[in-house]
Structure formats: structure tokens, C-alpha cells
Design a protein around this ligand. Structure first.
Ligand SMILES: NC(=O)c1ccc[n+]([C@@H]2O[C@H](COP(=O)([O-])OP(=O)(O)OC[C@H]3O[C@@H](n4cnc5c(N)ncnc54)[C@H](O)[C@@H]3O)[C@@H](O)[C@H]2O)c1
Length: 267
């Protein structure tokens, strides 16, 4: 899918991996819609990228009505710029570590489990779902590749926790495992419309989410890295999103972006 003069919708785009993606896509001529709960960071990013290239809408992806209003606002922005929808990148995500039962015999809280699942899984699916009625009807790109021409790309965000979740990651791993598992059926649902699906599963990347880790956790993760011996940088994630958009043969797959690292059980 072309990047220049196409619009990419990024949830969680006000920070970390989503923000780096928005910056790289704009650098390459795209328009971006940032959907995030953090109005301050979202507006700050729009003023940096320029209001003709970027648009922010305060959105809570765990609420269907909030997404409905975000989709409406996004489509108005697209109409104004004339830059058709090229992709949806649901990058909003949260992690709330909790063991199933703690040392004192206390069970984990199911409200916290639901919170993680609602943002990471429901929010990603709902965002894609609500763009689809518009997306599948939009004029496809001119070039025809053995059937329908391309209409766009969905880049989902899983995590290495989908495969090697650590203690305390039952909720987060369940949510990211769900993203990895739904990649293929989503691809199969949308193939006839020329919409591809690629899931990226990063390991430890520098971001606000990981800045909350204790030094002890960081140090133990550094010890199990293969190469390079450092956390990933947000621009390295963004560059794989860019490639996923551009490379038509990437579809229905989960790509680990982890420098060969496998998360250990014990820290
Ligand atoms: N950083 C890592 O090491 C890492 C590793 C694997 C996967 N991931 C995944 O990458 C994605 C981005 O994470 P990040 O590291 O950039 O985190 P981040 O905290 O820097 O950014 C996440 C963004 O999502 C937004 N957000 C949270 N809840 C929301 C909601 N309900 N509605 C809308 N926006 C909401 C936040 O405001 C924030 O701007 C997440 O899905 C995360 O699980 C991150």
C-alpha cells in the first residue's frame, strides 16, 4: 500500500511505538489520525507534525461509542485532505502485572483482567470493525494484483508475551496471544476486499510503558538478550510498520521483533 497521500489511523499514537509510527509515516508523506486517551500528548504531536498532516481525536478504545465518534471524525479528516484510508494500526495497549494468586493467597482481580482485555483485544478488534463498512467500499488502488486491488493494511500489535509470557502476565499474555491468534481469521475475512493484516510482536522496547519497569527487571532482561544487547527503539518498530504497509506479500502473519530474545520465567 502506498504511504504518500494515504491516511493511517493509529490508536495509542500519542506515545511510544504508536507515536514513532505516526512520525515516520508523516515523514514519508502520509496523513495520520491519532486516537488516544491522552489529549495533551496527542495535541502536542499534532502541533509538531502539522495540522494538515495530522489529526487528533480523544478516544477510549475500550468504548464502542468512543470509537464510533473517532471513526466519524477520522472520515471527516479524510474527506478534507482527500487522502484515502490506507491503514489502521491499533497500537493502544496496557499491561497490569498480577499473579493469579499472590504470596498472601490473594487472587488476582478480574476487573483488572477485563481492563487489559478490553483495551488490548476488544479495542483493537472494535477499531478495525468500525472502519470496515467504510473501508471495504472505498475505491481500491488502481493496480490490480490477481483479483481485487489493494484497499489497505491493518498492523496489529502483539508482544513476545504472546509466546513466552512471564510470571504475572496472565492477562497481558492472554490479550497479546489473542491478537496473534486472530491475525489469520481477520486476514481471511478481509482478503476479498484487498485489505491485508500483519501483526508485529515486539519484545522489550523503550517506551513509557517499559519506563515503569524496575531496574532489577530491566537488568535481568538485558541478561537474556541475544543480539543486540539493548531494548528495541521505537523507530525500529515504526520501520517494520512501514515495511508491512509497503510489502504486499506480508499478510496473515505474526512477525517477532525481538533480536532473538526469549523472555525467561525467572528474573
Ligand atoms: N514497549 C514495549 O516494550 C512493548 C512490547 C511489546 C508490545 N508492546 C505493545 O505496543 C503497544 C504500544 O505500547 P507502548 O510501549 O508504545 O506504550 P505507551 O504507554 O508508550 O503508549 C500506549 C498509548 O496507548 C494509549 N492508551 C492506553 N489506553 C488507551 C485507551 N483505552 N484508549 C486509547 N488509547 C489508550 C496511552 O495513552 C498511550 O499513549 C501496546 O499495545 C503494547 O502492549 C509494547
Amino acid at each position: 500500500m502506498q504511504i504518500k497521500d494515504r491516511t493511517y489511523v493509529i490508536s495509542g499514537g500519542a506515545s511510544g511505538l504508536g507515536k514513532a509510527t505516526a512520525e515516520l509515516l508523516v515523514e514519508n508523506g502520509a496523513s495520520v489520525v491519532i486516537l488516544d486517551m491522552s489529549t495533551e500528548s496527542g495535541e502536542e504531536l499534532v502541533s509538531k507534525l502539522g495540522s494538515t498532516k495530522a489529526f487528533f481525536h480523544e478516544t477510549d478504545v475500550s468504548s464502542s461509542s468512543s470509537i464510533a465518534s473517532a471513526v466519524k471524525a477520522s472520515l471527516e479528516f479524510i474527506k478534507k485532505t482527500g487522502h484515502e484510508l490506507g491503514g489502521v494500526i491499533p497500537a493502544a495497549g496496557v499491561s497490569l502485572p498480577a499473579k493469579i494468586v499472590d504470596r498472601n493467597g490473594e487472587m488476582c482481580d478480574m476487573d483488572q483482567f477485563d481492563f487489559v482485555m478490553n483495551i488490548n483485544v476488544r479495542g483493537s478488534v472494535d477499531l478495525v470493525r468500525q472502519f470496515c463498512p467504510y473501508w471495504i467500499k472505498r475505491q481500491p488502488e488502481k493496480e490490480v494484483d490477481g483479483g481485487d486491488a489493494e484497499r489497505g493494511v491493518i498492523v496489529l500489535v502483539a508482544s513476545s508475551a504472546a509466546f513466552d509470557g512471564q510470571p504475572g502476565q496472565v492477562a497481558y499474555s492472554a490479550s497479546k496471544g489473542a491478537i496473534a491468534s486472530l491475525t489469520l481469521p481477520l486476514t481471511r475475512d478481509l482478503a476479498r476486499y484487498g485489505i491485508r493484516v500483519v501483526t508485529i510482536a515486539p519484545s522489550l522496547f523503550e517506551s513509557r510503558m517499559t519506563s515503569m519497569m524496575t531496574q532489577k527487571v530491566r537488568d535481568s532482561l538485558l541478561r537474556v538478550m541475544e543480539f543486540p544487547l539493548r531494548p528495541g527503539q521505537a523507530h525500529e518498530f515504526a520501520s517494520l510498520v512501514k515495511h508491512s504497509i509497503e510489502n504486499k506479500m506480508l499478510n496473515g502473519t505474526v512477525v517477532r521483533l525481538d533480536g532473538g530474545m526469549r523472555m525467561p520465567s525467572k528474573m
